[in-house]
Design a protein around this ligand. Structure first.
Ligand code: NAD
Length: 239
């Protein structure tokens, strides 16, 4: 999508989503039950400093995550958001492609994409698909092998797409800002909610989070997203 050409007046809903949105599709959250892979915490495996020392192991972890993604499908919440078409803007922390698979046209991936690779030598990013990274694979632009990492933003890396979160300060009374499925531990949800000075603000998580001030929201739903997505979207869903 061309973010700079986005007509904010034509948008009715801005979604800020996290791992909880895809949990009911079968993609585990990081902080959910069993956040270990081969005895490593998922957060460590997703840290750029760990990748520099253990690239092969980290590639295997992302091979596993891509394989998991290849075997799941969008859930009712992804589909309900997609039904809004171009009226929805998705700012997602998720690295999966379930919003796109559901048919969402406007998706900003704040933390990159699981199906892409990134060459840290020449900067090239490309669609790699959901298969495993093999020893013979290399950057199609420069031929580098060891410099290629999964196309996701790791912990302790910069996240250039965060600049787009500033759109929230431009929301108007007709907008709904909906936060779904995020603990707020990585991106400060409270700061985002404070940045929205107009419109309806909705929070939906499975349970309360120490990082999220629910008083900042007009409506709060602690329930599986697929069960409350109609209320989260609200009356403007029709049409
Ligand atoms: P998190 O694991 O910190 O928090 C998950 C949140 O989702 C919790 O607040 C929980 O209450 C809520 N939740 C769980 N199941 C839910 C459901 N069925 N309905 C509604 N809410 C539900 O996730 P986060 O805040 O997104 O931060 C973790 C980081 O991990 C992000 O940076 C993200 O990039 C990455 N991540 C992405 C995926 C993915 O792409 N699907 C999966 C795991 C982790």
């Amino acid at each position: 999508m061309d973010f700079d050409a986005l007509d904010l007046d034509a948008i009715t809903h801005v979604f800020f989503t996290g791992a909880g949105l895809s949990a009911e599709s079968g993609l585990p959250t990081f902080r959910g039950v069993g956040g270990l892979w081969r005895n490593y915490p998922a957060q460590q495996l997703a840290d750029i400093r760990f990748w520099r020392q253990n690239a092969a192991l980290v590639h295997e972890f992302y091979d596993m995550r891509r394989e998991t993604l290849a075997n799941v499908a969008p859930n009712a919440a992804h589909r309900a958001i997609a039904a809004l078409g171009t009226r929805a803007l998705n700012l997602t922390q998720n690295v999966d492609n379930l919003l796109e698979q559901a048919g969402c046209p406007n998706v900003i991936h704040l933390h990159g994409r699981l199906w892409q690779m990134h060459c840290t030598s020449c900067g090239h990013r490309w669609d790699f698909g959901l298969g495993p990274w093999r020893a013979e694979d290399c950057c199609p632009a420069c031929g580098a092998r060891e410099a290629v990492k999964p196309g996701v933003v790791m912990f302790n890396e910069t996240a250039p797409e965060y600049a787009k979160l500033s759109v929230l300060s431009r929301l108007k009374p007709h907008h709904t800002f909906a936060v779904i499925g995020t603990s707020g531990a990585v991106i400060d949800v409270n700061a985002l909610a404070r940045a929205c000075t107009a419109g309806r603000k909705v929070l939906n998580n499975a349970e309360a989070s120490d990082y999220v001030e629910e008083d900042l929201f007009d409506e709060v739903y602690y329930a599986p997203t697929t069960e409350v997505i109609t209320q989260v979207i609200g009356p403007a869903a029709a049409g």
